[in-house]
Design a protein around this ligand. Structure first.
Ligand SMILES: [Zn+2]
Length: 407
């Protein structure tokens, strides 16, 4: 054994548990005491231990752009501002911005990141090249997955498909999409059809921005394509804000379509809560029907989406801040709801990213966060950094925070 975590509390279980780690894996986990480990033990002091966090949805190529740009007043304006900025992207500039935020993620216990990366005639493949360089630099510390993202549309801009294919050749492993980037419904459908044929051809998963704006209904056609192409459990849709605006009866039908096609859903509360600011009151909350989806049995997670760019003026890569925001926005505040929210940046995201060795079972990778609170509610109240961030059995970060007493 290389490391022992003593007196750990696990989500939803009465403790304390002892977790042994050998060769980067969890070698035992149970309530019985483990002897003779000397100073290779961490005392969790009865506090929560979770697998490290997963960031399932961020746009690393755009982080910190707002250091140079002013604030956008709408999603459409943000898209326009980013389009102009992309023409000036270089590999060095994008890499430098990404490298400034990755340490924030690690410090907050995030060791797996799925990022969408724009590929089009504006950004070319510069952003992906930068992201792949960062991936190599952080090998063994942060596991990255990159989504080739055709933000500028596939039909509207016929050059984009070539860039998308090149990005998949270069190392992007997921096919992204944005059907609403097209100019009409028919072309949005064609956009989705191209995504499915690309994904099938290369045996890749799909992760599609879908119905970000309230007046859209792309999810219905997407769900039919999932079933037709046998892509159940391999397709994720992001935002899905329009679902919140549908009439109740229609929303129920769509949720059932999502459930029966085993589509994963990712909400991004921090960016989209401000997207309704151009509406007349009452302003939309900018999040999908998280609670109804979860209650229907849909796998739901949440992401940061953006950090200090025209879509989001804030963002610090802390899943617990986003969990806090989601719990309020989705009105998930009962003790059982809080546990479900905490499962989103952990187990639910692992399912989306297809991480087979993730979790707290014997044989799983020893990627663990040791917190300074014992109650799930206090994770969301204080959203403090983990005391220890452990990756493959090695301590990556030790934050010397005091154990926060529950009042
Ligand atoms: Zn996004």
């Amino acid at each position: 054994m290389d490391l022992l975590i003593e007196n750990a509390r696990l989500l939803g279980l009465e403790g304390p548990y002892q977790i042994s780690i050998t060769d980067g894996k969890i070698s035992s986990i149970g309530k019985q005491a483990v002897q003779g480990v000397g100073n290779t033990a961490i005392d969790a002091k009865g506090n929560l231990v979770l697998p490290t966090f997963i960031e399932p949805h961020i746009h690393l190529d755009k982080v910190l752009l707002s250091e140079k740009l002013s604030e956008a007043s709408s999603v459409s304006e943000a898209r326009q501002m980013v389009r102009e900025a992309k023409s000036h992207f270089t590999v060095g500039d994008v890499r430098e911005r990404i490298e400034r935020v990755v340490p924030l993620a690690i410090d907050r216990g995030v060791t797996v990141i799925r990022s969408h990366i724009d590929v089009d005639p504006y950004a070319r493949t510069a952003s992906l090249e930068a992201a792949l360089e960062v991936q190599r630099k952080y090998s063994g510390i942060v596991d990255f997955q990159f989504v080739a993202f055709p933000q500028e549309g596939l039909i509207k801009n016929s050059e984009v498909l070539g860039f998308l294919q090149r990005a998949l050749d270069m190392g992007a492993r997921i096919v992204g999409g944005l059907p609403e980037a097209e100019t009409n419904e028919e072309n949005s459908k064609k956009h989705l059809e191209i995504l499915f044929s690309l994904a099938k051809e290369r045996d890749l998963d799909l992760d599609v921005h879908c119905d970000v704006l309230p007046n859209l209904k792309n999810i219905e056609y997407l769900a039919t394509l999932v079933l037709k192409n046998h892509y159940e459990a391999r397709t994720t849709v992001d935002h899905l804000i329009a679902l919140s605006y549908y009439e109740e009866e229609f929303a129920k039908i769509v949720i059932e379509m999502i459930r029966s096609a085993s589509i994963n859903v990712i909400s991004n509360p921090c960016t989209m809560m401000s997207s309704g600011k151009t509406e007349r009151p009452p302003n939309g909350r900018g999040i999908t029907r998280v609670k109804e989806l979860v209650n229907a049995g849909v796998n739901v997670a949440f992401g940061s989406d953006n950090i200090v760019d025209p879509y989001n003026p804030f963002g610090d890569f802390n899943p617990l801040s986003n969990a806090f925001l989601l719990a309020y926005g989705a009105q998930m505040s009962s003790l059982s709801d809080i546990e479900r929210v905490i499962r989103m940046p952990t187990f639910s995201s692992a399912k989306i990213l297809g991480l087979r060795n993730y979790g707290l079972d014997v044989g799983c990778d020893a990627d663990l966060n040791v917190f300074n609170v014992s109650k799930p509610r206090d994770l969301l109240r204080f959203h403090s950094k983990p005391r220890y961030v452990i990756k493959r059995g090695g301590v990556l970060v030790q934050n010397e925070t005091r154990t926060t007493r529950s009042y």
